[in-house]
Design a protein. Structure first.
Length: 127
């Protein structure tokens, strides 16, 4: 493939070269701002292991429903929705009525974003 280069020049009348204006250089002052540094506390992940018996445990009955996230299951009791954490998946099957014992952890962070977290220590099907 051949390349073609075209060069053009302009001449002023009378054979004089046109004068080009000298370039103008302007300077704009720059301002640098520094954001204050923030030190965040380390992230701690709550345990989802079932707690032992004793204070803070509740017993509830209801129907298991699937959450909007794939691994999330909820227990609908009629007045409350509990996010079941640590429940046996063979027992906590969507559509099944179950009885659950465990500890309610309303401040626990989860990926499910539904229901009040309930760390399950025992779950059984109801006939």
């Amino acid at each position: 493939m051949a390349a073609v280069l075209v060069v053009t020049s302009a001449c002023a009348a009378g054979g004089e070269s046109p004068q080009q204006p000298a370039p103008t250089v302007t300077s704009t002052p720059t301002t640098t701002t520094t954001e204050p540094s923030v030190t965040l506390p380390p992230i701690t992940r709550p345990s989802t292991k079932p707690t032992g018996g004793g204070a803070g445990e509740v017993s509830v009955e209801g129907t298991v429903v699937a959450g909007v996230e794939a691994t999330c299951v909820l227990l609908q009791t009629g007045s409350e929705n509990y996010l079941l954490l640590g429940a046996d998946p063979r027992v906590a099957v969507p559509g099944r009525r179950i009885a659950v014992r465990g500890k309610v952890e309303p401040g626990m962070a989860t990926i499910c974003m539904q229901g009040t977290p309930l760390v399950v220590s025992e779950a059984r099907a109801i006939q």
